[in-house]
Design a protein around this ligand. Structure first.
Ligand code: SF4
Length: 322
């Protein structure tokens, strides 16, 4: 409560502090929840946090540092940045920031910029090759640093965006999962910000004044399809509040018997007289009309509605994994 004759400036400051406090709690709660839901972190884990210098990876490291203090099980963090030699990359910013934080870190310098600019024709997007090269380097670094997890700063909107790109242009229902095993089975990638909305990360980065390194130093443009999808999501967010929440929730509630993938559900083995409840991936025969089923899209699983409750990281019940 504000004092009766509090100056407006002080009232504004109090309001801003309350908002920031809520934002911080929300970010910690959603990150803790994603970690617990996908059992991302066990006791003794050594987590390599990939820092690009963008708002998302700064927030990831910042939140993991706080969650580590509150977690009932010990785990280690090591920050890693890959200096890809883009022109104008301010190489001193991240080491100075990490030294101030007191976080163990490693800066890897690899001139992938020269490779992509040599291989990709001018005017075409370089991101796909660049990301592949970066991934290979990060996997090698994880081995060298003894990391059992590789943490990336992708958030809910990245996950939705990739989902739509695959849906619209790839003919597949897939996206970036919160937890992923590398193709060779040797590395575990985790995305602790999977439940966090990008707009919260923008606000957090602004508040915490992270020393952001611009992501367009290489001159590559996002490809047209990605830009289209981003624009579509922005429009939906404005015109149909809750639609993206519903789609995000749907990704965690898949019913194979009500899709068309014959590898996921044995349609041809269906026989009259079988109890649908006994079928793996099965469901009742007819869905209710979504127009009539009020609340049918309540987002679950996934982040619970925002509350003022203290954030928790529920890693105490996670068993250590190899
Ligand atoms: S924007 Fe530049 S640095 Fe980032 S992925 Fe694309 S090519 Fe690589």
């Amino acid at each position: 409560m504000n004092a009766p004759h509090e100056p407006p400036a002080l009232q504004d400051t109090r309001r801003r502090d309350r908002e920031r406090n809520k934002l911080h709690k929300r970010l910690l709660r959603l990150t803790g929840q994603a970690i617990a839901d996908y059992e991302m972190i066990g006791a003794g884990e050594r987590i390599m946090v990939c820092l690009s210098g963008g708002k998302d990876s700064y927030a990831l490291l910042d939140l993991l540092l706080t969650l580590r203090q509150r977690a009932p099980v010990p785990f280690e963090l090591v920050a890693v940045n890959l200096d890809q030699k883009q022109p104008g990359f301010p190489a001193e910013i991240l080491p100075a920031y990490l030294r101030d934080l007191g976080v163990p870190f490693h800066i890897e310098t690899q001139d992938t910029y020269s490779i992509v600019t040599r291989v990709i024709e001018p005017g075409r997007t370089m991101c796909s090759l660049c990301s592949r090269l970066r991934r290979g380097i990060l996997y090698r670094l994880a081995d060298e640093l003894g990391a059992t997890r590789i943490a990336l700063g992708h958030h809910r909107d990245d996950i939705l965006e990739t989902f739509f790109l695959n849906l619209f242009y790839g003919g597949k229902l897939k996206t970036m999962p919160p937890r992923l095993l590398s193709d060779d089975g040797r590395h575990m990638v985790i995305r602790p910000l999977a439940y966090v909305q990008e707009r919260d990360l923008v606000a957090y980065a602004d508040w915490r004044a992270f020393p952001i390194i611009p992501c367009n130093l290489c001159g590559s443009q996002e490809n047209l399809k990605r830009r289209e999808v981003k624009q579509l999501m922005r429009e939906w967010e404005k015109r149909f509040p809750g639609r993206l929440d519903s789609i995000f929730a749907a990704m965690g509630r898949v019913t194979p018997s009500h899709l068309l993938d014959r590898d996921l559900f044995a349609f041809t083995a269906l026989a009259r007289g079988t109890d649908p409840a006994t079928l793996a991936g099965g469901d009742l025969a007819f869905d209710p009309d979504p127009d009539l089923a009020t609340g049918a899209f309540a987002p679950s699983p996934g982040p619970a509605p925002d509350t003022a409750e203290a954030p928790v990281i529920r890693v105490h019940d996670l068993r250590r994994r190899a």
